[in-house]
Ligand binder design. Structure first.
Ligand SMILES: Cc1cc2nc3c(=O)[nH]c(=O)nc-3n(C[C@H](O)[C@H](O)[C@H](O)COP(=O)(O)OP(=O)(O)OC[C@H]3O[C@@H](n4cnc5c(N)ncnc54)[C@H](O)[C@@H]3O)c2cc1C
Ligand code: FES
Length: 513
């Protein structure tokens, strides 16, 4: 990406830079023609790759070098410096790579290298069926083909849309600042080009683990050799009078988002029920459309359960600065047309209501199939369920997290994609454990919050910096140990915290997972 005046930044790398300008372990950005290129020196070797992440264009030189990989500062994607391959989500496309040499005290970047995505030798062939066209399902299908799986790949999704960038649905797309063609993870042609049979509007109703067959909504059956269950989660519905009206929405799919946008066009006032991530991100997006927004939620502080009181207060202040009105320690008892009645008395007017009170993992299929369940589908470190050959990933999976030492289940985009990738490698016969530190991000107006690790409880919170100044690292400790780290505009700290957690668990490597 070029700088504001359309000139790429940094030195012209074809002319060379003094070798002393790039110390061991350092990165810098220069250009070759119009391409911005990141130079890195790591382990005595020189690398030259595209300067921007293929996810949302994060500046890689501000990231972290780990072995022969670079981790993106924004959402922690990992790329091989040797091949450019996006070895761990959320980026899926590779970086371009250039030849680079050091001679007579000068580093010079030469021509572009051809693509060299590594193929994995082991490929079990046969048919892999993926139930779910979301984060985990898509990432699994993508890496299977990228790594050379040559069998049949069938994706079954009960959604009407092909896999989308779901996090965008409560952010730029909902706010009206991203066009709809940013939303699909890949164009329609990609599936045919990669010989992935994508079956939309297809409900899977049962799994026979013994005969390795799936039953579809129309009664037909599909055989599989390996199966990935990635059915995600669904929004919790509110059992209150009036929740079934047309202007009352939940938000999970592209269709849900389109329906909210259609109504937002003429709406003047909205009520968001629930101060969840989706609720609050939706509130911010609706404020960007100049709609008056009221948030009604039972807690004392928004997101306090995840972030603690200090960040909770910051998030409330941030939204209030943008005009959001909170009705905390309250809830909605009924929605009668445009009148939203509050439990503590009083009522609000709303042309549009968004319910964001949390999600529930879709476990029905796994339960019916007799898989081991404990508030999630139990998987081992290879993402395999209690039934051999059947894997699970994403919002439904409860896995043994080597960092916390607990079996955990989370609802994070990056975790779902990476688990899909790890399940895929295992399904193609490459034993690969899942060992990434859990990571998520959330965006409120111009403030991104990154969170790495997993802390369901803590006994102390250390804050470095100042949340109100949008510059802080917050560490959640239990028994002295850092369980999770939240940060605002401290990307390097967030990356380092994730790496440290993985190192502590004795697992840090540059490979996916
Ligand atoms: C609006 C929104 C914004 C979000 N923003 C963020 C964010 O900023 N950061 C973050 O970390 N996380 C975010 N998340 C959470 C993240 O999107 C999820 O954790 C992630 O999508 C989970 O991936 P998954 O593959 O498990 O499930 P999903 O992506 O939900 O995919 C599940 C798929 O399974 C299909 N399916 C379900 N049951 C069946 C069946 N019986 N038969 C056939 N198909 C079936 C569904 O149609 C869907 O295609 C957001 C979620 C939403 C809804
Ligand atoms: S911009 Fe790099 S991971 Fe999102």
């Amino acid at each position: 990406m070029a700088s504001g005046d359309n000139k790429p930044s940094g030195p012209d790398l074809t002319k060379g830079i003094p070798a002393a300008d790039l110390a061991e372990g350092a990165m810098l950005t220069g250009h070759i023609g119009d391409d911005e290129v990141m130079l890195a020196r790591q382990g005595g070797k020189l690398f030259a790759v595209s300067a921007h992440c293929t996810h949302y264009h994060g500046p890689l030189a501000e990231g972290l070098l780990v072995g022969e990989t670079v981790r993106c500062p924004w959402h922690h994607a990992r790329f091989s410096l040797q091949t450019g391959e996006a070895v761990a989500a959320p980026a899926l496309s590779p970086l371009a790579c250039w030849q680079v040499e050091e001679r007579d005290g000068t580093i010079v970047v030469k021509g572009k290298k051809g693509p060299s995505a590594p193929k994995t030798a082991a490929s079990a062939g046969g048919r892999i069926v993926i139930v779910g066209g979301g984060a985990a399902g898509f990432a699994a299908a993508e890496i299977l083909r990228r790594r050379g799986f040559d069998g049949i790949i069938t994706m079954l999704s009960n959604d009407t849309a092909a896999p989308v960038d779901r996090p965008n649905l409560s952010k730029d797309y909902l706010a009206g600042s991203a066009p709809e063609d940013w939303v699909p993870l890949r164009g329609d042609d990609w599936y045919a080009e990669n010989k992935i049979s994508l079956n939309l509007k297809t409900e899977v109703t049962a799994i026979d683990a013994k005969s390795k067959e799936l039953v579809l909504g129309d009664g037909s059956k599909i055989r599989f050799d390996k199966l990935l269950l990635a059915t995600g989660a669904e929004p919790v519905k509110l059992d209150i009078p009036g929740a079934d009206q047309k202007h009352v929405h939940t938000l999970r799919s592209l269709n849900d988002c389109r329906a909210i946008i259609a109504q937002a066009k003429d709406a003047k006032r909205a009520v968001v029920i629930g101060a969840s991530f989706i609720g609050l991100e939706s509130a911010a997006a609706l404020r960007a459309r100049d709609i008056e927004v009221h948030v009604v939620a039972p807690e004392k502080r928004p997101l306090e359960r995840v972030f603690g009181p200090q960040l909770g207060d910051f998030i409330r202040t941030l939204h209030e600065e943008h005009g959001v009105k909170f009705h905390l320690e309250d809830s909605v008892s009924a929605i009668d047309g445009k009148r939203v009645t509050l439990k503590n008395g009083g009522a609000l007017e709303a042309d549009l209501v968004v319910i964001g009170v949390g999600v529930r993992p879709r476990l029905a299929l796994a339960e019916k199939a007799g898989l081991s369940i404990d508030k999630g589908v139990i998987v081992n470190k290879y993402m395999e369920t209690s039934a051999p050959g059947i894997y699970a990933a994403g919002d439904i999976a409860r896995w043994p997290d080597p960092i916390s030492g607990e079996r955990i289940r989370v609802e994070h985009w990056v975790v779902a994609e990476r688990q899909g990738q790890i399940a895929a490698l295992n399904m193609m016969g490459v034993p690969t454990p899942f060992r990434s530190a859990p990571f998520f991000w959330s965006q409120h107006y111009d403030v991104p919050i990154n969170y790495v690790g997993h802390a369901e409880k803590w006994d102390s919170i250390d804050i470095e910096g100042d949340a109100m100044k949008r510059d802080c690292v917050v560490r959640y400790r239990l028994g002295g140990r850092v369980m999770a780290v939240a940060s605002i505009y401290r990307d390097k700290d967030s990356l380092e915290a994730g790496l440290e957690m993985e190192r502590q668990a004795g697992k840090a490597k540059g490979a996916p997972g």
